[in-house]
Structure formats: C-alpha cells, structure tokens
Ligand binder design. Sequence first.
Ligand code: SF4
Length: 61
Amino acid sequence: MLKPVVNQEICIGCGTCESFCPEVFKIENGKSGVIAEECGNCNCQEAVDGCPVSAISLEEK
Ligand code: SF4
C-alpha cells in the first residue's frame, strides 16, 4: 500500500489536498497533516497532482 506523506516545510496550507480527500488530509496550524495511514476511497493521486507546490508524495508502507 502507498501512504501519502506531506513535506511540511514545503506545504503552504492551501487546503487543496483536504478538499480532495478529507479522510486523509487535515489542515492544522496552516499546514496539511496526514491523519490516516492509507486512503480507502481513492489513492490520493488527485491530491498529489493537485498540490500547487508538490509537497505530497506517496511512499511504500
Ligand atoms: S495541497 Fe499541498 S500545499 Fe496545499 S495544503 Fe495540501 S500539501 Fe499543503
């Protein structure tokens, strides 16, 4: 399985990932955090592709 990972040094807190997949991403203190180990609804590729600063990667668990 692939686990989404957010590079918080790059993230600008725009909320795009959370709007694509609120099950996995949550904005807190102006940064996106990953709140689920994996996504059951999508593979989060849309969030990866939609991030304006390419802060999200998918890593093998
Ligand atoms: S889409 Fe990218 S920049 Fe925007 S909140 Fe998510 S990780 Fe951060």
